[in-house]
Design a protein. Structure first.
Length: 150
């Protein structure tokens, strides 16, 4: 067995032991619960900032000036004083080009630690356990870093 087969075998073996090995259902309800109310950060890359500025029809510099902040050298979207994301206006105004952090929710490793964490997220996210069944492989691929964006 070569190294790649060993890696595949170990990966598959690990996936069989996951609490969500049969996949998880999720479909965004576009309710905005994950975009509003709590202060936090929405990390993004320069490439994502460029894509969003193009979708908004403004320059990247203007987008950065009006909607972004630097935190320890990393880029994050601004938020309003009430904790709402600056891009939320009765829905996500950049939904089609939203940052990876938003696109991968709720499939974050912190939410996938165990069934209890998943159920905790379900209390605030009506899309959890609804809609499309995402396989464990799909979930894992969503969590992979986008190396070209670093």
């Amino acid at each position: 067995m070569n190294n790649s087969n060993i890696k595949k075998s170990n990966s598959a073996k690990g996936q069989k032991n996951l609490w969500h090995k049969d996949g998880l259902r999720f479909e965004c309800q576009r309710c905005g619960s994950c975009c509003r109310g709590e202060p936090g950060v929405v990390w993004m890359t320069k490439r994502e900032a460029k894509n969003i500025s193009v979708s908004l029809g403004i320059s990247t510099d203007l987008f950065a000036k009006n909607y972004l902040r630097l935190i320890n050298g990393r880029i994050s979207l601004l938020e309003h004083s009430n904790g709402d994301c600056v891009m939320y206006d009765n829905g996500c105004s950049i939904y089609e080009t939203r940052p990876r952090q938003c696109r991968t929710f709720p499939f974050w490793s912190s939410n996938l630690k165990n069934k209890t964490e998943w159920k905790e997220q379900k209390k605030t996210c009506p899309g959890i356990d609804k809609g499309k069944l995402h396989t464990v492989e799909e979930i894992a691929s969503r969590l992979k870093p986008e190396l070209n964006d670093l």
